[in-house]
Structure formats: C-alpha cells, structure tokens
Design a protein around this ligand. Sequence first.
Ligand code: THU
Length: 135
Amino acid sequence: MQEWDARKLVEEAYAARAYAYAPYSGFCVGAALLSADGRVYRGCNIENAAFSPTNCAERTAFFKAVSEGVKEFAAIAIVGGKEAYLAPCGVCRQVMAEFCDPERFSVILVKNRAEYKIVSLGALLPEAFSKQDFS
Ligand code: THU
C-alpha cells in the first residue's frame, strides 16, 4: 500500500501552478515532487522569450530537490493548464528516469481536484536509457 497521500500532493501541484511563468504559451503547469523522506518540492514551468530555455514544471521540481542534495523520490503530481490529464514531456520523463525506480516511482496525472490517475514511471518510459547502462 502506498504510504503517501495522493490528494495532498495534487493540492500541492495546484499551489505550485500559481507561480507558473508562461507568458508565451499561456499554458500554466504545476508539479509537486515527494521525496522518499516525505518532503515536497514544488515546481512550475518557466518560459523564456528565446523559447528553448523554457523549463517544465516537473524539471523545476526535480532540480530544486537535487540541488538541495535530495535524490530519492516516491511520487510526483502534475497539473496542466486545462482540465485534462497532462502527460509529462519526454525530456521530463528522462529526468525522472535518472533518479527514480521505474516500477516504484508514481506519476499522478491530474484532470481536476477530484479526478487523477496514478501510473508508474516505467509505464510512461519503458526501456529507458539510464545510468544502469553505464555500469
Ligand atoms: N510543460 C510543462 O511544464 N510540463 C510538461 O510536461 C509539458 C509542457 C510546459 C512547457 C511550456 O511552458 C508549456 O507547458 C507549453 O508547452
């Protein structure tokens, strides 16, 4: 049984979305990343006039955590800019694969506060290239 509260993480993702900086797409995204020791790292998307430096909400959350020495994670909740499930982009899936076990890390895709679904990272990114391939 999962030891964390999915609904609470969904609320954290909504709170994170409030700080999205998305003047070009108008598509605001929020993410809440739960570390293995129970801390929550919020992230939002941060766009840029040059477009390519744009950072997704999920990576913002991961980079905040990793930059503080936290590298073990249990789950992430992601809220997109519409009332629809937002599946993380390929780059964000790859960043998740760097730090998370594909079978144990849960990705919570949020449609609205009452409707969300939980999928494994392995389901989103099967056969991932990862640090295991180096050893
Ligand atoms: N975006 C995210 O933050 N996460 C995703 O998984 C998909 C896309 C952002 C990037 C950009 O600021 C906006 O959504 C439109 O692509």
